[in-house]
Design a protein around this ligand. Structure first.
Ligand code: SAH
Length: 455
């Protein structure tokens, strides 16, 4: 039978979608319900009905699953940041392991896969070193900063986000107070008017250095001196900057950056290596788990000292410098200019003379360099964004025939697609290890080792 909007149904949650919604069946008809956990018996209001399935809103838990827990955050259900706060952490890890396995089996065609156990966190909260808060007005016209609600751009005010660090709130309060004092409007996506769009904050966990970058629809902010004076009172404040974004787009950052006060970067370290990080550079958001991930990457690379390693999508050279500790030579490729500048200073800062960096797309630079030098690579590391690797890049890897490929992925679906390509062309999947970089969310990082078949 088909249901209609606003119908009330009672269902037992039996499965979980890759987006983290519980799935139950009402007369064989699948209903997807956010904030439910496998095992829950729930009263659910149908909010959208399709031919073969529906979306429902949780109204009441009639019988709680043994895997259910009370979310620590009071706005967990509205906020789009977390999807799994109602699920106990051990179950979150099981869910993520299964998600990776399902993708590799269904999309990649790898059957009976041996995976290493997922690496989880002991304390899966307050792990993020970075947050980007949109600024706007609430219904009563008051200034607010927080996170977007799921699927909309309504700003949910957050007081002490369960994933972030507590200093974020102090910074936001000071920015909002400054806006109030100088009558500065937040940016309004609908009209394109207003100045302040986002507040980006990054904290270096190992040094305590803090970076604040205001994303603005303009070139300056009224009262810049007063604003920096206020922010500088916060211990650890190291870098305050403006990023100009005048486009009517969902992309948060523009390309122009102006330092208002302090250094153009903060310094953090992972393991024994120090890194300078600029406001526009990518840096892993969960430093504790990043060490685990990079150690794994190093062990999968199996370096003995004489190798040439390519690190594609290298960001500020994080994995590159981990590898440089053990390899003869490391070559990094990254598309963002400022990140490559960071990578070069980071190599110098840590005394590595065996790392070289190229600005450009991995799928352009690697084939170009290979045509030019014909040089053999022992190991190729890739760490692409969610969309995975371009096919030109994968085909170049096949031509270069490195002995090992280490693939670090933040999207197991595109990972599976790319592994299928490589494994149909002479590589064997040797190891797979999920690393939970993003507790309370549905995201999971995966690291994989591929070995050339006839090596
Ligand atoms: N390995 C790094 C960064 C990984 S994030 C680390 O662990 O910190 C992915 C990086 O790829 C980002 O820095 C992004 O700017 C970069 N990037 C995105 N598309 C790219 C492309 N086509 N070629 C090279 N780099 C790209």
């Amino acid at each position: 039978m088909e249901y209609r909007k606003n119908d009330l149904v009672t269902i037992r949650i039996e499965d979980c979608s890759t987006e983290g919604q519980g799935i139950g069946k009402a007369d064989g008809y699948a209903v997807f319900v956010k904030d439910t956990v496998i095992g829950d018996l729930a009263e659910v209001r149908i909010v959208k009905a399709k031919k073969n399935y529906a979306y429902g809103r949780l109204e009441k838990i009639l019988e709680g699953s043994p895997w259910r827990q009370e979310p620590v955050c009071p706005v967990a259900r509205q906020c789009g940041g977390c999807q799994l706060q109602s699920m106990k952490y051990e179950e979150q890890l099981r869910f993520k392991e299964k998600k990776v396995r399902d993708h590799l089996e269904r999309i990649g065609g790898f059957a009976n896969l041996q995976m290493e156990p997922v690496i989880g966190m002991d304390t899966p909260y307050h792990y993020r070193n970075k947050a980007q808060f949109p600024v706007g007005r609430d219904r009563d016209g008051r200034l607010v900063a927080g996170f977007y609600a799921g699927r909309t751009h309504t700003i949910i005010k957050t007081d002490n986000c369960a994933l972030g660090v507590s200093v974020n709130q102090d910074i936001l309060n000071r920015v909002l107070a400054h806006m109030e004092a100088f009558s500065i409007d937040p940016y309004d996506e609908r009209t394109g008017h207003g100045l302040i769009r986002h507040v980006l904050i990054r904290t270096a966990f190992s040094t305590g250095e803090i970076l604040v970058c205001l994303v603005v629809n303009g070139n300056r902010v009224p009262g810049e001196k007063e604003l920096t004076a206020s922010l500088r009172e916060i211990p650890g404040m190291t870098s305050i900057s403006l990023n100009v974004n005048r486009k009517n787009t969902n992309v948060i950052l523009g390309d122009q950056l102006r330092i208002l006060w302090g250094n153009p970067y903060i310094v953090d370290s992972i393991g024994d290596i120090k890194y300078q990080i600029s406001p526009l550079s990518f840096f892993q958001v969960n430093p504790l788990q990043t060490v685990q991930l990079y150690r794994k990457a190093l062990s999968y690379a199996g370096l003995k000292g004489g190798e040439t390693v390519w690190d594609l999508y290298c960001g500020i050279g994080t994995i590159s410098l981990f590898m440089a500790q053990k390899a003869r030579k490391v070559l990094g490729v990254e598309i963002i200019d400022a990140a490559v500048e960071n990578a070069r200073s980071n190599a110098a800062l840590n005394g590595f003379s065996n790392a070289e960096f190229f600005v450009g797309k991995s799928e352009d630079v690697l084939p170009e360099q290979y045509e030019k030098t014909g040089e053999y690579a022992d190991v190729i590391v890739v760490d692409p964004p969610r969309k995975g690797c371009d096919e030109t890049l994968l085909s170049t890897i096949i031509r270069m025939q490195p002995e090992r490929v280490v693939y670090v992925s933040c999207d197991s679906a595109t990972l599976a697609r790319d592994l299928k390509y490589l494994c149909e062309r002479g590589y064997e999947l040797k190891k797979v290890c999920p690393v939970d970089m993003f507790p309370q969310t549905v995201h999971i990082e995966t690291i994989v080792l591929l070995q050339r078949l006839n090596s």
